[in-house]
Structure formats: C-alpha cells, structure tokens
Design a protein. Structure first.
Length: 249
C-alpha cells in the first residue's frame, strides 16, 4: 500500500499542475504510454525481488544492472556525445555499485533461482530509464512529461490496488497517514529531478549517478549506524567518489 500512497501523491501533484504547464509534443505520447507499462512490469519484478530475495542481497544487483543496460543500449541505439572522462566516470560509478554485489555471490550460489528477480528488476530499470530519457527529449515540455507520467502511473497503480483490496483500499491508504504523503513527495522530487537531468545530460551518466545512492547508503551506515567497515563498502565508496570527480573534470 505504500507504493499506492506514493503514486497517489505524485499523481495528484501531476494532475494539479497539468492545466498550468502546457501540453507535451505528440511525439512524446508513445514514450509516456510505453513507460507506464514498463514501470508496471518493473513494480511486479521489484515486489517479487523483495518477497523472495533478502533486501541486502538483491539491492546492489537490481540497482547496478540498470546503468549497464542503459550503457549498452546507448552504444547500440543512441549517438550521445560522451567524453573520455565521462565514460571513465560511468565505469567507476557503475563498478562501485556492482562491487557491493560481491558480498551476495555465495547467497545466489545457494539460491540461484532468485537471481532472476534481481536481474529482471535491474533490466526494467534500465529500460524505463531509456524510454523516459527519449521521452523528455521529445516532449518539448519536460515538466509536462513528468506530470503526465506521474498521473498515468497513479491510474495504473490505483487500478491494481482497487482490484486486489477492493473496499479495503481507501482505509489502508488513510492508515498510512503522513508517512505515505512524505514518501510520495520525496519520490516526486527524486525521479522528477532524474527526468529533468536527462533532457540535457547523457542518459547513461544520469542513470549511473542515480543508482549511486545504494553506495551512499552503505557509507551512511558506517558513519551513522556504526556498521562494520568491510573492504567492499570502502572500495565502493572510493570508486563512486572518483567517478563523481571525473564527471566534473
């Protein structure tokens, strides 16, 4: 239900702004509709990942796979101008994210079927990132694209929630209270800023920087929660930091 709460907030924000921000170009509509469907498939894979795979094992893989999918697709389908330093930065950041998954190697050896959910989630993150990157560039109105995407996703998630929970949907939603509202506001800012950046920045770089949050969470765990300072966490933080430095070069 938290997912529905988040999408209700983002969708209503989008709906409230749509009348004031002007239309999006016709060329962006196929991307909006396809992206909504792909996001739906991603949510299914994400749900199965969290149900069947331990969060600490799945998260680095599902978040690290997306940037690699974007990178490969960018090489094959797009002609984005990327400097040598930016390419190096991408591999440093992506390598830092993937390095965290080294701790999960033995886990997936014991439960090989679960890798399907984690990798599948990451693949669909990469796919919707590419679709939305193309969409915002063809929209002629980035904010319009963001608002329509949020609204369409809200309709999709609410349709699923009402189908599953029926009359219990609204009480469950209300029960979440302000936690659902704040989650929605943060989600709107997080993905909205990603889409905004994709208009003028190579999609692969935005995708890599977005997923670096998993490394930052490990660093905060060490600094604030006093978690163990294992070598892999330190390596991941160093690689991501170097990558961000090279992006600025």
């Amino acid at each position: 239900m938290m997912m529905m709460s988040m999408h209700t907030v983002t969708g209503l924000l989008g709906l409230g702004l749509i009348p004031f921000i002007g239309p999006v170009e016709e060329a962006a509509w196929p991307m909006l509709l396809i992206s909504t469907v792909v996001h739906g498939v991603y949510y299914v894979f994400l749900t199965f990942s969290y149900r069947n795979v331990e969060l600490g094992q799945a998260y680095p893989i599902l978040r690290g796979t997306g940037p690699m999918v974007v990178f490969l697709a960018s090489l094959i389908f797009f002609n984005e101008s990327v400097s040598g330093f930016q390419l190096l930065a991408f591999f440093l950041i992506a390598g830092g994210i993937f390095s965290l998954s080294l701790r999960s190697f033995s886990y997936f050896q014991q439960k090989p079927a679960t890798i399907f959910y984690a990798l599948g989630t990451g693949v669909f993150i990469g796919i919707y990132s590419l679709i939305d990157g193309v969409g915002v560039r063809n929209s002629g109105n980035v904010l319009g694209y963001i608002c329509w995407l949020f609204f369409l996703e809200m309709l999709m998630v609410q349709a699923y929630a009402f189908y599953c929970y029926r009359g219990d949907t609204i009480p469950r939603l209300i029960k979440l209270g302000w936690s659902g509202v704040w989650a929605g506001l943060l989600a709107a800012y997080a993905y909205g800023s990603v889409l905004w950046a994709m208009e003028s920045t190579p999609i692969m770089l935005v995708a890599a920087l977005r997923e670096s949050s998993v490394v930052m969470a490990s660093v905060l765990g060490i600094l604030i929660l006093k978690e163990s300072k294992d070598l892999i966490k330190v390596l991941a933080a160093v690689l991501v930091t170097l990558g961000i430095i090279f992006l600025k070069a």
